[in-house]
Design a protein around this ligand. Structure first.
Ligand code: ZN
Length: 415
């Protein structure tokens, strides 16, 4: 697959950043650590070499910027994050920042002057850190990092506000959005898919339609713990049996909500059984039901159906059931104009492409509160991510950067 960016140079950049890792646990560069600081110092140098002016905002998001030729136009921003999970990969987040860097290099090399300013952003702490929260920098950009968040403490006692200041930010200023409306004309994030669809279908580019909304509900079944030998089957109140029946139904209901337009996944990934002994009928169970969809009505109808079935199952088995909504985040819809520019970029490059939702959260979902947003997914080996084996071929990585380059140019001409 040909295209404007320099595949070997981009790959070399990935290898250079990957070398800044905890040697005992590749590829680890946790937010707020010395390695993270070293990685950013390296990135800052790369920005300067590419003709981008580096700066840190109040949330310590690291941005490389070049002005455009037009006046009164917002900037076209691209990026993602360079922090990693423990023993994570070389591409999650990094692919977005470094393909943005490669686009900046290629624009300059080709003498292309954009009308809009162009920015590459490395958002602070996209992965959950010692502070337990994700997307710190992009939340702050959108003005939704609260005083409560800033007061979170790591076990050593440092607050998130202090950590942001240590990284070069100014947490006292995080009282509203960090960019004025229109300051970012559009934001485009390249990211590895972290799922198996693109690779299995041999498609180089996914055009993200929406980042799903995510809800979590705790469900509690209360029965009665009794001797497993002397309690006849007809006289039991088995809390785990109720939970098991509801797990099966929650799966069936989630499968049924998938349509051509709507993506839906529902998962019970956590179950606690009391007393959890081989010779006792389970007396109490808690389960966490997580469900994700681009459709808010689908999420609503799902939990209504699960609730109704749960109550029926509990009644049939002589159990008590209760529900506790833990969290509920709405989907972020990708902007039509940005999606159109990505599609046209793929067609110009003659790359096959696929419209698809993102089942995982990304910085883009917070940026969407302040700017039109779109995402480009690239395939990764067996859909694996958040592990040292995470892998993207050099060709696929360059293809993603090529799509980003042509998307930026198309947006620059249109918006
Ligand atoms: Zn990521």
């Amino acid at each position: 697959m040909g295209g404007p960016v320099n595949q070997d140079r981009l790959w070399h950049t990935i290898e250079e950043l990957a070398a800044i890792t905890d040697a005992a646990s590749p590829y680890t560069r946790r937010s707020f650590t010395d390695l993270h600081v070293a990685g950013r110092a390296w990135l800052r140098e790369q920005f300067i070499e590419a003709g981008l002016v580096p700066s840190l905002d109040a949330a310590a998001n690291l941005t490389g910027h070049v002005d455009g030729t037009g006046s009164g136009l917002g900037a076209i921003a691209v990026g993602s994050h360079c922090d990693t999970v423990p023993a994570g990969g070389r591409f999650d987040g990094i692919a977005g920042v470094l393909s943005g860097l490669e686009v900046a290099r290629t624009l300059r090399e080709n003498g292309v002057k954009l009308r809009h300013g162009f920015q590459v952003v490395d958002f602070l702490s996209e992965e959950p850190s010692v502070y337990g929260m994700s997307c710190v920098g992009s939340r702050a950009l959108a003005g939704v990092l609260s005083a409560e968040h800033l007061a979170f403490q790591e076990p050593g006692g440092e607050t998130l506000a202090q950590a942001i200041n240590r990284m070069g930010g100014d947490a006292a200023k995080l009282t509203g959005p960090l960019r004025d409306p229109g300051e970012i004309a559009a934001y485009v994030e390249v990211h590895i898919e972290q799922g198996p669809v693109l690779e299995s279908r041999k498609i180089p580019a996914g055009i993200v339609t929406a980042i799903v909304g995510i809800s979590r509900t705790n469900i509690y079944f209360t029965g009665q713990a009794d001797h497993s030998g002397n309690t006849p089957m007809s006289m039991r109140r088995d809390a785990l049996l109720g939970a098991a029946k509801l797990v099966v139904l929650a799966d069936e209901l989630a499968r049924a909500l998938n349509t051509d337009e709507d993506y839906f996944v529902g998962t019970v990934g956590q179950l606690n059984v009391e007393p959890n002994a081989s010779n006792i009928v389970p007396g109490w169970v808690s389960m966490c039901l997580e469900y994700r969809s681009n459709s808010t009505p689908a999420r609503k109808s799902y939990i209504e159906a699960v609730t109704a079935h749960g109550k029926r199952i509990a009644e049939e088995l002589g159990l008590k059931i209760s529900f506790e909504a833990v969290s509920d985040a709405d989907p972020a819809i990708c902007d039509d104009a940005v999606r159109g520019a990505i599609r046209d970029a793929c067609e110009k490059l003659q790359y096959e492409h696929l419209d698809m939702p993102s089942g995982a959260g990304h910085d883009a979902m917070h940026v969407a509160r302040t700017a039109p947003m779109g995402m480009i997914f690239i395939p990764c080996l067996e859909g694996r991510s958040h592990c040292a084996d995470e892998w993207v071929s050099s060709e696929d990585l360059a293809a993603g950067a090529n799509v980003l380059y042509e998307t930026v140019r198309a947006l620059d001409a249109r918006i």
